[in-house]
Design a protein around this ligand. Structure first.
Ligand code: FAD
Length: 456
């Protein structure tokens, strides 16, 4: 083969499609399901569930918008929601399978490992067979971090403690859920189960939720969810799992929380063990494969893309890294840039973010100006969000007047952020953005509103 790819998630299938369409002989090895974590147990299933929760929330709040529903007339059916989720996943996985077929990619089911490198190329072993390629892309993704907490193993075996995989398949809605880890995955699942009637408690080690999200935005998000009934235990650690209970510790004091189920979502680590990577001498940093800006590892002919390279573990970062790796293999000049990767949290309200926050810009010593505007400056936002209190922050560099970051909380934030990401990527100035026409009324007009707070 010209190229063998280990892993059929977003990085792997994107690389295979691109290289296949460029006429290269490509083999893709996948040990589970094509589509990887994103399609089967991540982005897509979670967003499918969250859509159902949103429809339910809207139905329950419909009287605010003049739609009267008899009390008790709206109900939620988890089995139908899960069936629909499975259908959505099936459609999308089938789409990937046919795109790979169109690119003449040979898909091999099994676990692949690098066997050796010789003058002829690199050998990969799958199910006892050896395959030779001129180049390899490692796209083995990531898996949940399972810390050494007492009772965790038993909890996972008993189905009391769940990871993202099991929680997205729960047939019955639990009465109580403790979410350990208030990052993006934890918050999205907290949002879902809160909407469908579960009593949710989020346990987070940091003094804030949503990790590196802008502090004001994470505070607003937490207040919104507290109002909806979610309890947050910040600066708190889960220290023990036992049947129906989670022991938590804060300032040296422990308390037991009752829980029907627990979601463990404290982060993910790259999948690299036992796959021949260290034997080949591939450089790693804290478990992640180290690459240059063309996605080359330190071993000639071996590339890596996606979660396995660490950093932001996002599907669209995986796609782009895969494209850069393939372009490098095809001798097309390309470079991976990390400054304008948008991020979204699909809670209700949504969060969108790109580029520097006030905190990161200050840490880097960047001289910046900031505009902080209420989302209520957007006519469409007001029309569609009774009682909404979102904000949008835009950061520019003081001397160059170029946009360096945008952060917002409100409806469609996950879509609106693409506009801001394009501006940051293209390093547009305040003056240039002021001349761009936005559709009216649209929530994205909020960026224009924020930009007009700055002098040219
Ligand atoms: P993966 O998707 O992990 O795919 C790697 C594949 O490699 C897997 O299919 C695995 O089976 C296979 N594999 C591993 N080892 C081998 C081997 N030795 N041989 C053969 N195959 C192997 N990202 C977003 O951008 N937006 C979101 O909304 C979002 N939501 C998420 C929600 C959840 C609950 C989770 C868990 C993640 C979410 N993510 C989201 C992150 C996103 O899923 C990952 O960033 C993305 O899947 C990374 O793609 P990847 O190809 O690098 O790895």
């Amino acid at each position: 083969f010209d190229l063998i790819i280990l892993g059929g998630g977003p990085a792997g299938y994107m690389a295979a499609e691109r290289a296949g369409h460029a006429g290269r002989r490509v083999m893709l090895v996948e040990k589970n399901q094509l589509g990887g974590v994103c399609l089967n147990e991540g982005c897509i299933p979670s967003k499918t569930l969250l859509k159902s929760a949103k429809v339910y929330d809207d139905a329950l709040m419909s009287s605010k918008y003049g739609i009267m529903v008899e009390p008790g007339a709206v109900s939620y059916d988890q089995a139908t929601v899960i069936n629909r989720k499975n259908k959505v996943v099936k459609i999308l996985v089938a789409g990937i399978r046919s795109a790979l077929k169109a690119g003449n990619v040979e898909v091999v089911a099994g676990s692949g490992a690098i066997a050796r490198k010789s003058g002829d190329g690199i050998s990969v072993e799958v199910n006892g067979d050896l395959f030779l390629a001129k180049a390899i892309i490692i796209a083995t993704g990531s898996m949940p971090i399972l810390p050494p907490i007492e009772g965790l193993e038993q909890g996972l075996t008993d189905g009391f403690v769940l990871t993202n995989k099991e929680i997205l398949d729960l047939k019955k809605i639990p009465e109580t859920l403790v979410v350990v880890g208030g990052g993006v995955i934890g918050l999205e699942m907290a949002s879902y189960f809160n909407s469908v009637g579960t009593k949710v408690i989020v346990v987070e080690m940091l003094d804030r939720i949503a990790g590196s999200t802008d502090k004001d935005i994470s505070d607003i998000l937490m207040k919104v969810y507290e109002k909806k009934g979610v309890t947050f235990c910040l600066e708190t650690k889960a220290v023990k799992f036992s049947a129906g209970k989670v022991k938590i510790e804060k300032d040296g004091e422990t308390t037991d929380l009752k829980a029907e189920k627990v979601l463990l979502s404290i982060g993910r680590h790259p999948v690299t063990d036992g796959l021949g990577f260290s034997e080949l001498g591939i450089e790693m940093n804290r478990g992640a494969i180290v690459t240059d800006a063309q996605m080359r590892t330190n071993i000639p002919g071996v590339y890596a893309a996606g979660d396995v390279t660490g950093g932001m573990m996002l599907a669209h970062k995986a796609y782009r890294e895969a494209e850069v790796a393939v372009n490098t293999i095809l001798d097309i000049e390309d470079v991976m840039k990390y400054d304008a990767i948008p991020a979204a949290i699909y809670t209700n309200p949504e969060v969108g973010a790109v580029g520097e926050t006030e905190e990161t810009a200050t840490q880097k010593g960047i001289d910046f100006e900031i505009a902080n505007v209420s989302m209520r400056f957007s006519g469409r936002y007001v029309a569609e969000n009774e009682g909404g209190n979102g904000i949008c922050k835009v950061l520019i560099k003081k001397n160059t007047r170029k946009i360096i970051g945008c952060h917002l909380i409100g409806s469609y934030a996950s879509e609106v952020i693409t506009t801001a990401a394009a501006f940051v990527e293209k390093e547009l100035t305040v003056r240039e953005i002021k001349k761009i026409i936005f559709p009216h009324p649209s929530v994205s007009e909020i960026i224009r509103e924020a930009i007009f707070q700055f002098e040219d």
